[in-house]
Design a protein around this ligand. Sequence first.
Ligand SMILES: *Cc1c(COP(=O)(O)O)cnc(C)c1O
Length: 411
Amino acid sequence: MTLKLPIYFDNQASTPVDPRVLTAMLPYFTEHFGNPSSRSHAFGWVAEEAVERAREQVAALIGAKTPKEIVWTSGATEATNLAIKGAVEANKHGDRNHLITQKTEHKATLDTCKHLEKLGCSVTYLDVDAEGRVNPDDVRAAITDQTLLVSVMLANNEVGTVQPIAEIGRLCHERGVLFHCDAAQGVGKLPFDVEAMCVDLASISAHKIYGPKGVGALFVRNERPRVQLVAQIDGGGHERKMRSGTLNVPGIVGFGKACELCGLEMAEETRRIEALRDRLERGLFDNIDLLHVNGSRSHRLPGNLNVSFPYVEGESLMMALKDVAISSGSACTSASLEPSYVLRAMGVSDDLAHTSIRFGLGRFNTEEEVDHVVRLAIEKVRKLRDLSPLYEMAKEGIDLSKIEWNSPHHH
Ligand SMILES: *Cc1c(COP(=O)(O)O)cnc(C)c1O
């Protein structure tokens, strides 16, 4: 089989729609185009039936007790905004205005928290360890009588680190604090059960699990406790008054199908993708010296590999690997390369962060692709390092940290 280029190794950014998902969606663009809110004719009933079937499929994947607990949104970003802002607004006459989260959350959570700080909430941003994990004891210690909600993600989108969700959920419930989990990255790839893990609110997204973009859901616990949210989008009272707007029926049908497939195939798929990731990791580490894994080897998303290639700029390596879709640990801003805030929170030096690459393997990747990328990376890293005087010095055993630079040096 010939290799098709470019190769997609960026499945943490988004995933292709599974052909089986697309097949399920297609009729809902054409013959079944009705508005599920139309109660007076069959076009509406057919659409509504499809939406309710999808609700059951999503609920089943995350262990929700009833499909009523699923609220459709445009994605995990909107779900997270609704969860946190909606909970704060529902409690504004209460005495709880303190939120707890952690520093490597997705911007959907961090920016929502920052917004709420401006409106008078106080937010604790917990540190993570070198692997990117929060310590449940730190969560326990941060909870006060004012704490309304704790928000910790299931798995990180950059380094793949999986958080101790069940422990955090248990202690939140003991203290009567709401627990929100951004599960966008972990759901469908790792066991996730809102009952077993005491999760009250969970954000998920179709396009991270081989469904379409622009559709997601918020799980909102209905019992013990019954979570109250104030809608952030008004206009007709759809979705049990929590999120108005005509539903994206084809997207929702695709999301449901994507969840069903994950539920059926997760165990086998995880093994396969983990084996591919390990093959990639071994191929790189056996052939390139001084590499460094960012994140956790024991608590990590199956398809994720985040590696620093010292003495090679991540941006240069990405350019050299232009037939491979990957992403780097620096974000290009107008003036400079900002190292990733996630790596920074883990204590990774700016130097190492600038050399980091995220490989995200998924359902449709193959061994041939992995072997090709390994060969290519070995060749390109050698070339780039041959140009690096620092690499030469490091190989000669000179301790670069002891050198006194007499001009502003590399980052
Ligand atoms: C992708 C992602 C989001 C955002 O989801 P959208 O559906 O694209 O809005 C939020 N959190 C995490 C961890 C993600 O990976």
